[in-house]
Design a binder for this molecule. Sequence first.
Ligand code: G3P
Length: 221
Amino acid sequence: MQLYIDSANLKEIEHAASMGFISGVTTNPSLLAKEDPKADIRKLLLDIHKNVGGHVSVEVISTDTEGMLREADEILSWFPDATIKIPFIPAGLAAVRNLSNRNIPTNVTLLFTANQALIAANAGATYVSVFLGRLDDISTDGVQAVRDTCEIWEVHGLESLIIAASIRHPIHLLECAKAGAHIATTPYKVLLQSIKHPLTDAGLASFLADHKKMMDAKGTS
Ligand code: G3P
């Protein structure tokens, strides 16, 4: 399972990318607005793209097919390898079909069921983003939606890549990897939580202390 960072914060993205295990970035209008409501979106996205050098999903905000396609063309004029993120609404599905016919990668977002993911895949989505945290928020098992999606993909050999999105904690990451999601787009905080382990830190501290003892004994610290 590949790991993307779900963020529009350049510092977070730069730090995550510098560690070498991130393959992409997903953004959405809320993440962009959270950073700086006055930000130059084009510049910010270009900076993000430059830092990661991999997948960058950029979401359209139109709710009609024509508007979405116009926005997609604008985003692609900024960087031609952008993935166009499209909301799962009927107008969005038509936009996905159009972009897919032109071999432009799409990420269908705001999916909450395996059936929605299946429909998005049939419209030609390159990526389908299943939001699990928001399901958990309303007392519905979000991981189960990812498991169902992965099971359908396994049975039918579907080609769209499943992105587990709206990840809230490291256990979500673990469960999505076990379920067979291709990608988990993960907030910076959860990436750091998943890196950290007290035994790793304690182990390193004791290795360093023991090494220092040896150096001290030799008078070469
Ligand atoms: O990629 C989708 C994600 O941004 C949604 O996450 O935490 O707003 O539910 P959240």
